[in-house]
Write a protein that binds this ligand. Structure first.
Ligand SMILES: *Cc1c(COP(=O)(O)O)cnc(C)c1O
Length: 399
Protein backbone atom coordinates (compact mmCIF):
# COMPACT_ATOMS: atom_id res chain seq x y z
CA UNK A 1 0.00 0.00 0.00
CA UNK A 2 1.23 3.45 -0.87
CA UNK A 3 0.74 6.14 1.72
CA UNK A 4 -0.88 9.16 0.21
CA UNK A 5 0.02 12.65 1.41
CA UNK A 6 -1.89 14.36 -1.36
CA UNK A 7 -4.04 17.41 -0.80
CA UNK A 8 -7.47 15.70 -0.47
CA UNK A 9 -6.17 13.86 2.59
CA UNK A 10 -4.76 17.00 4.10
CA UNK A 11 -7.95 18.96 3.39
CA UNK A 12 -9.86 16.25 5.15
CA UNK A 13 -7.40 16.38 7.99
CA UNK A 14 -7.76 20.13 8.22
CA UNK A 15 -11.52 19.89 8.32
CA UNK A 16 -11.42 17.25 11.02
CA UNK A 17 -8.93 19.36 12.93
CA UNK A 18 -10.99 22.53 12.88
CA UNK A 19 -14.10 20.67 13.97
CA UNK A 20 -12.32 18.94 16.81
CA UNK A 21 -10.78 22.23 17.97
CA UNK A 22 -14.26 23.30 18.96
CA UNK A 23 -14.54 20.58 21.58
CA UNK A 24 -14.05 21.74 25.11
CA UNK A 25 -11.21 19.44 26.08
CA UNK A 26 -9.13 20.63 23.15
CA UNK A 27 -9.82 24.24 24.05
CA UNK A 28 -8.08 23.44 27.30
CA UNK A 29 -8.51 24.70 30.82
CA UNK A 30 -8.33 28.13 32.39
CA UNK A 31 -4.86 28.50 33.82
CA UNK A 32 -4.59 30.82 36.84
CA UNK A 33 -0.95 29.87 37.24
CA UNK A 34 2.55 31.31 36.92
CA UNK A 35 3.12 29.12 33.84
CA UNK A 36 2.35 27.54 31.54
CA UNK A 37 -0.12 30.31 30.90
CA UNK A 38 -3.28 30.40 28.83
CA UNK A 39 -2.89 31.48 25.22
CA UNK A 40 -5.38 32.54 22.57
CA UNK A 41 -6.58 30.11 19.91
CA UNK A 42 -5.15 32.43 17.23
CA UNK A 43 -1.69 32.25 18.83
CA UNK A 44 -1.87 28.46 18.97
CA UNK A 45 -3.06 28.29 15.36
CA UNK A 46 -0.12 30.41 14.22
CA UNK A 47 2.11 27.51 15.29
CA UNK A 48 0.67 25.16 12.67
CA UNK A 49 2.98 25.65 9.65
CA UNK A 50 6.11 23.55 9.34
CA UNK A 51 9.03 25.75 8.32
CA UNK A 52 12.69 24.86 7.94
CA UNK A 53 15.13 26.68 10.16
CA UNK A 54 16.82 28.18 7.08
CA UNK A 55 13.59 29.28 5.48
CA UNK A 56 13.72 32.99 4.64
CA UNK A 57 10.26 33.45 6.13
CA UNK A 58 11.42 31.98 9.40
CA UNK A 59 14.64 34.00 9.44
CA UNK A 60 12.61 37.16 8.86
CA UNK A 61 10.29 36.27 11.75
CA UNK A 62 13.24 35.76 14.08
CA UNK A 63 14.72 39.08 13.03
CA UNK A 64 11.37 40.74 13.61
CA UNK A 65 10.80 39.28 17.07
CA UNK A 66 14.35 40.08 18.19
CA UNK A 67 13.89 43.66 17.22
CA UNK A 68 10.35 43.99 18.65
CA UNK A 69 11.53 42.69 22.02
CA UNK A 70 14.22 45.38 22.20
CA UNK A 71 11.55 47.98 21.44
CA UNK A 72 9.15 46.59 24.05
CA UNK A 73 12.00 46.75 26.55
CA UNK A 74 12.17 50.48 25.78
CA UNK A 75 15.81 50.49 24.69
CA UNK A 76 17.46 51.05 21.31
CA UNK A 77 18.85 48.49 18.93
CA UNK A 78 22.21 50.14 18.64
CA UNK A 79 22.95 49.45 22.28
CA UNK A 80 20.78 46.41 22.97
CA UNK A 81 19.94 43.15 21.25
CA UNK A 82 17.71 40.14 21.89
CA UNK A 83 19.17 36.67 22.14
CA UNK A 84 16.50 33.96 22.16
CA UNK A 85 17.45 30.56 23.53
CA UNK A 86 15.64 27.23 23.27
CA UNK A 87 13.95 26.06 26.45
CA UNK A 88 11.81 27.43 29.27
CA UNK A 89 12.57 30.61 31.22
CA UNK A 90 15.06 28.94 33.53
CA UNK A 91 17.29 28.20 30.54
CA UNK A 92 17.69 31.90 29.80
CA UNK A 93 18.41 32.70 33.45
CA UNK A 94 21.08 30.03 33.58
CA UNK A 95 22.46 31.10 30.20
CA UNK A 96 22.99 34.64 31.51
CA UNK A 97 24.59 33.55 34.79
CA UNK A 98 27.05 31.19 33.20
CA UNK A 99 27.84 33.39 30.18
CA UNK A 100 28.15 36.76 31.90
CA UNK A 101 30.20 35.76 34.95
CA UNK A 102 33.89 35.40 34.07
CA UNK A 103 35.48 32.07 34.88
CA UNK A 104 38.16 33.82 36.90
CA UNK A 105 37.47 36.65 39.31
CA UNK A 106 33.69 36.59 38.90
CA UNK A 107 31.45 37.04 41.92
CA UNK A 108 27.70 37.54 42.03
CA UNK A 109 25.53 39.32 44.56
CA UNK A 110 22.25 37.40 44.54
CA UNK A 111 19.34 39.31 46.00
CA UNK A 112 16.54 36.96 46.87
CA UNK A 113 13.16 37.04 48.56
CA UNK A 114 11.58 33.86 47.23
CA UNK A 115 11.80 30.66 45.25
CA UNK A 116 12.87 32.15 41.92
CA UNK A 117 15.70 34.07 43.54
CA UNK A 118 16.73 30.88 45.35
CA UNK A 119 16.77 29.06 42.01
CA UNK A 120 19.58 31.39 40.89
CA UNK A 121 21.49 30.51 44.07
CA UNK A 122 21.14 26.85 43.10
CA UNK A 123 22.47 27.61 39.62
CA UNK A 124 25.57 29.23 41.08
CA UNK A 125 26.07 26.13 43.22
CA UNK A 126 25.83 23.86 40.17
CA UNK A 127 28.12 26.11 38.15
CA UNK A 128 30.65 26.76 40.90
CA UNK A 129 30.14 30.48 40.50
CA UNK A 130 31.26 32.42 43.60
CA UNK A 131 28.34 34.31 45.11
CA UNK A 132 27.00 36.13 48.10
CA UNK A 133 23.34 35.41 48.83
CA UNK A 134 21.47 38.29 50.41
CA UNK A 135 18.05 37.17 51.59
CA UNK A 136 15.03 39.31 52.34
CA UNK A 137 11.74 38.19 53.89
CA UNK A 138 9.35 36.64 51.40
CA UNK A 139 6.62 39.15 52.14
CA UNK A 140 8.95 42.16 51.74
CA UNK A 141 10.64 43.89 48.84
CA UNK A 142 14.40 43.79 48.39
CA UNK A 143 15.72 46.72 50.42
CA UNK A 144 17.78 49.04 48.20
CA UNK A 145 19.59 50.69 51.13
CA UNK A 146 20.87 47.39 52.38
CA UNK A 147 22.01 46.50 48.85
CA UNK A 148 23.90 49.81 48.62
CA UNK A 149 25.62 49.12 51.96
CA UNK A 150 26.76 45.70 50.76
CA UNK A 151 28.16 47.11 47.54
CA UNK A 152 29.98 49.91 49.39
CA UNK A 153 31.53 47.38 51.76
CA UNK A 154 32.73 45.05 48.96
CA UNK A 155 33.41 46.34 45.47
CA UNK A 156 34.59 42.99 44.09
CA UNK A 157 31.17 41.97 42.75
CA UNK A 158 31.07 41.51 38.97
CA UNK A 159 27.30 40.93 38.80
CA UNK A 160 24.21 41.78 40.83
CA UNK A 161 21.00 39.88 40.15
CA UNK A 162 17.43 40.54 41.20
CA UNK A 163 14.04 39.07 40.34
CA UNK A 164 11.61 41.80 39.22
CA UNK A 165 8.33 40.08 40.09
CA UNK A 166 9.03 37.28 42.58
CA UNK A 167 6.29 35.03 41.23
CA UNK A 168 6.36 32.76 44.28
CA UNK A 169 4.69 35.48 46.39
CA UNK A 170 3.74 38.22 43.91
CA UNK A 171 6.13 40.84 45.38
CA UNK A 172 7.42 43.38 42.85
CA UNK A 173 11.02 44.31 43.64
CA UNK A 174 12.44 47.80 43.02
CA UNK A 175 14.67 46.60 40.18
CA UNK A 176 15.23 50.05 38.73
CA UNK A 177 16.43 51.51 42.05
CA UNK A 178 18.70 48.52 42.67
CA UNK A 179 20.24 49.00 39.21
CA UNK A 180 20.82 52.69 39.76
CA UNK A 181 22.63 51.90 43.04
CA UNK A 182 24.77 49.24 41.36
CA UNK A 183 25.83 51.61 38.59
CA UNK A 184 26.68 54.38 41.03
CA UNK A 185 28.68 52.27 43.47
CA UNK A 186 30.41 49.73 41.18
CA UNK A 187 30.24 51.23 37.66
CA UNK A 188 31.48 48.15 35.72
CA UNK A 189 29.33 45.67 37.58
CA UNK A 190 26.86 43.77 35.39
CA UNK A 191 23.23 44.20 36.43
CA UNK A 192 20.90 41.30 35.69
CA UNK A 193 17.11 41.27 36.09
CA UNK A 194 14.92 38.17 35.94
CA UNK A 195 11.80 39.88 34.60
CA UNK A 196 10.24 36.58 33.58
CA UNK A 197 6.74 37.13 34.90
CA UNK A 198 6.62 40.93 34.55
CA UNK A 199 8.05 41.76 31.13
CA UNK A 200 5.40 43.29 28.92
CA UNK A 201 3.01 43.94 31.82
CA UNK A 202 4.91 45.75 34.58
CA UNK A 203 6.99 48.77 33.55
CA UNK A 204 10.75 48.39 33.98
CA UNK A 205 12.88 51.32 32.89
CA UNK A 206 15.95 49.51 31.56
CA UNK A 207 17.82 52.78 30.98
CA UNK A 208 17.17 54.30 34.40
CA UNK A 209 17.93 50.93 35.99
CA UNK A 210 21.02 50.53 33.80
CA UNK A 211 20.08 46.92 33.12
CA UNK A 212 22.67 44.88 31.21
CA UNK A 213 20.75 41.61 30.93
CA UNK A 214 17.00 41.11 31.26
CA UNK A 215 15.32 37.76 30.72
CA UNK A 216 11.78 36.59 30.06
CA UNK A 217 10.12 33.75 28.19
CA UNK A 218 7.69 33.24 25.33
CA UNK A 219 4.95 31.95 27.61
CA UNK A 220 4.60 34.65 30.24
CA UNK A 221 2.99 38.07 29.83
CA UNK A 222 3.57 38.21 26.08
CA UNK A 223 1.31 35.15 25.87
CA UNK A 224 3.09 32.96 23.36
CA UNK A 225 3.27 29.18 23.70
CA UNK A 226 6.15 27.65 25.70
CA UNK A 227 9.39 26.60 24.00
CA UNK A 228 11.93 29.40 24.09
CA UNK A 229 13.09 32.21 26.32
CA UNK A 230 15.09 35.33 25.60
CA UNK A 231 17.58 37.81 26.95
CA UNK A 232 17.51 41.49 26.09
CA UNK A 233 21.20 42.31 26.50
CA UNK A 234 23.37 45.36 26.33
CA UNK A 235 25.63 44.61 23.37
CA UNK A 236 28.69 46.10 25.09
CA UNK A 237 28.22 43.78 28.09
CA UNK A 238 27.49 40.71 25.95
CA UNK A 239 30.48 41.30 23.72
CA UNK A 240 32.76 41.02 26.75
CA UNK A 241 31.54 37.48 27.43
CA UNK A 242 33.52 35.51 24.87
CA UNK A 243 34.89 32.29 26.30
CA UNK A 244 33.09 32.58 29.65
CA UNK A 245 30.45 29.96 29.04
CA UNK A 246 30.66 26.68 30.96
CA UNK A 247 28.10 25.16 28.59
CA UNK A 248 27.88 24.82 24.82
CA UNK A 249 24.11 24.95 24.40
CA UNK A 250 23.65 27.80 26.91
CA UNK A 251 26.45 29.98 25.52
CA UNK A 252 24.63 33.25 25.03
CA UNK A 253 27.65 34.87 23.41
CA UNK A 254 27.96 32.15 20.78
CA UNK A 255 24.21 32.13 20.19
CA UNK A 256 24.40 35.91 19.61
CA UNK A 257 27.34 35.63 17.24
CA UNK A 258 25.51 32.99 15.20
CA UNK A 259 22.32 35.00 14.98
CA UNK A 260 24.14 38.19 14.03
CA UNK A 261 26.24 36.47 11.37
CA UNK A 262 23.61 34.33 9.61
CA UNK A 263 20.26 34.99 11.29
CA UNK A 264 20.25 31.30 12.15
CA UNK A 265 20.35 29.31 15.35
CA UNK A 266 23.20 26.98 16.16
CA UNK A 267 20.83 24.12 17.04
CA UNK A 268 17.22 23.31 16.13
CA UNK A 269 15.16 26.40 16.94
CA UNK A 270 11.65 26.32 18.40
CA UNK A 271 10.22 27.13 14.95
CA UNK A 272 6.54 26.60 15.73
CA UNK A 273 6.78 28.46 19.02
CA UNK A 274 8.48 31.38 17.31
CA UNK A 275 5.76 31.61 14.67
CA UNK A 276 3.16 31.61 17.44
CA UNK A 277 5.15 34.26 19.26
CA UNK A 278 5.00 36.64 16.28
CA UNK A 279 1.20 36.33 16.40
CA UNK A 280 1.34 36.90 20.17
CA UNK A 281 3.31 40.11 19.57
CA UNK A 282 0.66 41.23 17.11
CA UNK A 283 -2.05 40.63 19.69
CA UNK A 284 0.03 42.45 22.30
CA UNK A 285 0.19 45.49 19.99
CA UNK A 286 -3.53 45.26 19.23
CA UNK A 287 -4.29 45.29 22.94
CA UNK A 288 -2.35 48.52 23.30
CA UNK A 289 1.07 47.15 24.29
CA UNK A 290 2.18 47.24 27.89
CA UNK A 291 -0.48 49.77 28.84
CA UNK A 292 -3.36 47.76 27.46
CA UNK A 293 -2.08 44.49 28.80
CA UNK A 294 -1.35 45.81 32.27
CA UNK A 295 -4.81 47.42 32.36
CA UNK A 296 -6.44 44.04 31.72
CA UNK A 297 -4.26 42.27 34.30
CA UNK A 298 -5.02 44.99 36.85
CA UNK A 299 -8.72 44.60 36.21
CA UNK A 300 -8.37 40.81 36.61
CA UNK A 301 -6.61 41.48 39.87
CA UNK A 302 -9.33 43.87 41.06
CA UNK A 303 -12.10 41.36 40.33
CA UNK A 304 -10.36 38.49 42.10
CA UNK A 305 -9.25 40.66 45.02
CA UNK A 306 -12.75 42.01 45.71
CA UNK A 307 -14.42 38.65 45.16
CA UNK A 308 -12.01 36.71 47.38
CA UNK A 309 -12.30 39.34 50.09
CA UNK A 310 -16.08 38.94 50.04
CA UNK A 311 -15.65 35.19 50.44
CA UNK A 312 -13.42 35.83 53.45
CA UNK A 313 -10.08 34.73 52.00
CA UNK A 314 -7.03 36.66 53.18
CA UNK A 315 -3.91 37.54 51.20
CA UNK A 316 -0.39 36.54 52.18
CA UNK A 317 0.96 40.02 51.35
CA UNK A 318 -0.27 43.12 53.12
CA UNK A 319 -2.17 45.80 51.21
CA UNK A 320 0.96 47.90 50.61
CA UNK A 321 1.96 45.53 47.79
CA UNK A 322 0.61 46.68 44.44
CA UNK A 323 1.62 43.67 42.32
CA UNK A 324 -1.00 42.48 39.87
CA UNK A 325 0.68 39.44 38.32
CA UNK A 326 -0.23 36.78 40.84
CA UNK A 327 -1.73 36.68 44.34
CA UNK A 328 -0.96 34.32 47.22
CA UNK A 329 -3.89 33.45 49.49
CA UNK A 330 -3.60 31.98 52.96
CA UNK A 331 -5.22 28.58 53.42
CA UNK A 332 -8.56 28.97 55.22
CA UNK A 333 -8.37 27.79 58.81
CA UNK A 334 -11.56 25.70 58.55
CA UNK A 335 -10.80 22.04 59.45
CA UNK A 336 -12.45 20.79 56.24
CA UNK A 337 -10.01 22.70 54.03
CA UNK A 338 -7.57 20.45 52.23
CA UNK A 339 -5.60 21.97 49.36
CA UNK A 340 -5.43 18.79 47.28
CA UNK A 341 -9.21 18.37 47.34
CA UNK A 342 -9.77 22.08 46.71
CA UNK A 343 -7.36 21.99 43.76
CA UNK A 344 -8.82 18.80 42.25
CA UNK A 345 -12.40 19.95 42.52
CA UNK A 346 -11.53 23.23 40.80
CA UNK A 347 -9.55 21.33 38.18
CA UNK A 348 -12.62 19.18 37.45
CA UNK A 349 -14.37 22.44 36.64
CA UNK A 350 -11.47 23.34 34.26
CA UNK A 351 -10.11 25.95 36.68
CA UNK A 352 -6.41 25.46 37.39
CA UNK A 353 -4.97 27.28 40.39
CA UNK A 354 -1.47 26.78 41.81
CA UNK A 355 0.07 25.70 45.09
CA UNK A 356 1.88 28.32 47.12
CA UNK A 357 5.63 28.61 47.00
CA UNK A 358 6.41 30.57 50.13
CA UNK A 359 8.29 28.75 52.86
CA UNK A 360 6.72 29.99 56.06
CA UNK A 361 3.00 29.98 55.27
CA UNK A 362 0.43 27.67 53.76
CA UNK A 363 -0.79 29.45 50.65
CA UNK A 364 -2.23 28.85 47.23
CA UNK A 365 -1.85 31.18 44.28
CA UNK A 366 -4.13 32.69 41.68
CA UNK A 367 -2.50 34.23 38.64
CA UNK A 368 -4.00 37.10 36.66
CA UNK A 369 -1.78 36.77 33.60
CA UNK A 370 -2.14 35.01 30.26
CA UNK A 371 -5.26 34.85 28.13
CA UNK A 372 -7.56 35.63 31.07
CA UNK A 373 -10.28 38.26 31.25
CA UNK A 374 -12.34 39.72 34.11
CA UNK A 375 -15.21 37.34 33.22
CA UNK A 376 -12.82 34.40 33.77
CA UNK A 377 -11.96 35.74 37.21
CA UNK A 378 -15.67 36.05 38.04
CA UNK A 379 -16.26 32.51 36.85
CA UNK A 380 -13.39 31.24 38.99
CA UNK A 381 -14.96 32.95 42.00
CA UNK A 382 -18.25 31.15 41.35
CA UNK A 383 -16.38 27.85 41.09
CA UNK A 384 -14.53 28.53 44.36
CA UNK A 385 -17.85 29.19 46.04
CA UNK A 386 -19.31 25.93 44.72
CA UNK A 387 -16.23 23.91 45.71
CA UNK A 388 -16.24 25.33 49.25
CA UNK A 389 -19.91 24.34 49.44
CA UNK A 390 -19.08 20.78 48.31
CA UNK A 391 -16.30 20.62 50.92
CA UNK A 392 -18.62 21.77 53.71
CA UNK A 393 -16.77 25.03 54.26
CA UNK A 394 -19.25 27.80 55.03
CA UNK A 395 -18.68 31.16 53.36
CA UNK A 396 -17.71 33.83 54.09
CA UNK A 397 -14.79 32.36 56.00
CA UNK A 398 -14.07 33.50 59.54
CA UNK A 399 -10.47 33.94 60.50
C1 LIG B 1 8.29 31.49 35.38
C2 LIG B 1 9.47 32.07 36.00
C3 LIG B 1 10.78 31.59 35.72
C4 LIG B 1 11.07 30.47 34.76
O1 LIG B 1 10.40 29.33 34.95
P1 LIG B 1 10.31 28.20 33.83
O2 LIG B 1 9.48 27.18 34.51
O3 LIG B 1 11.68 27.74 33.54
O4 LIG B 1 9.68 28.82 32.63
C5 LIG B 1 11.86 32.23 36.29
N1 LIG B 1 11.69 33.29 37.09
C6 LIG B 1 10.47 33.77 37.39
C7 LIG B 1 10.38 34.98 38.27
C8 LIG B 1 9.32 33.19 36.85
O5 LIG B 1 8.12 33.69 37.13
Amino acid sequence: MVLCWSSPASTQHRRRFSVSMKSKTEQGKKLFTPGPLGTSMTVREAALPDLGSRDVVFIEKVKYLRSRLVQIAGVNEEDYTTVPIQGSGTFAVEAVIQTAVPRKGGKVLLLENGAYGKRIVKMCEYLDVPYHQESFPEDQKVDVNRVADILRADNSFTMVSVVHCETSSGVINPAMEVGAAVREIIPDCVFFVDAMSSFGAVPLDMMAGSVDFMVSSANKCLQGIPGFSYTVARRRALEKCKGNSRSLSLDLYDQYQGLEATGQFRFTPATHTMLAFCQALKEFDEEGGLQGRSARYKENRRVIREGMRKLGFTEFLDASHEGYIITSYNFPSHPNFDFKTFYSKLNEKDQVIYPGKVLNSDCFRIGNIGDLYPRDMSHLLECIEQVCGEMGIPLPLHS
